[in-house]
Design a protein around this ligand. Structure first.
Ligand SMILES: [Zn+2]
Ligand SMILES: [Zn+2]
Length: 151
């Protein structure tokens, strides 16, 4: 089997996304997995640093970055309870490290342009999230206050 761009050069791997055979020159490794140059543009090397930053500003966002969508939603809903937020930061950093080493499946990890959008929108998300959490907390406190005030 020869490289799909260089018909006279033997392929050393197949691209993870498009399954085309690629030679040593065309091979790009991202998160330990082989890609062709074309598909590698849409992928990004997973960064534990960014996973931690995402989860610090918005609970669950680091999980979205890692492709753990269900876990991300669960943490997004419970993060204002502080403990799930702390757990989410640690989990995001560990999982991102595993993905970067190629030890975990990367099929659900969002493509590069989406990660860029997350980085740009993160602070906006953070403000929105704090506002929502504050409103919910206000409701809960008011409800508790009312029940306490009426013996
Ligand atoms: Zn490809
Ligand atoms: Zn090639």
């Amino acid at each position: 089997m020869n490289c799909y761009l260089h018909p006279h050069t033997p392929a050393v791997a197949c691209c993870t996304d498009c399954s085309q055979p690629v030679c040593e020159v065309c091979l790009v490794r991202v998160n330990g997995k082989p890609y062709c140059e074309h598909c590698a543009v849409d992928r990004h090397q997973q960064s534990p640093f960014w996973a931690g930053v995402f989860s610090f500003f918005v609970p669950g966002l680091g999980q979205f970055y890692n492709g753990d969508w269900a876990k991300g939603i669960a943490l997004l809903l419970t993060g204002w309870l502080i403990l799930p937020w702390l757990y989410g930061i640690v989990d995001a950093v560990i999982v991102a490290g595993a993905i970067a080493q190629g030890e975990r499946e990367t099929t659900t990890v969002p493509p590069g342009y989406l990660v860029l959008a997350l980085k740009i929108g993160m602070l906006g998300f953070s403000c929105l999230y704090l506002t929502l959490a504050w409103t919910v907390l206000g409701f809960v406190l008011t409800a508790l206050g009312v029940s306490v005030a009426q013996p």
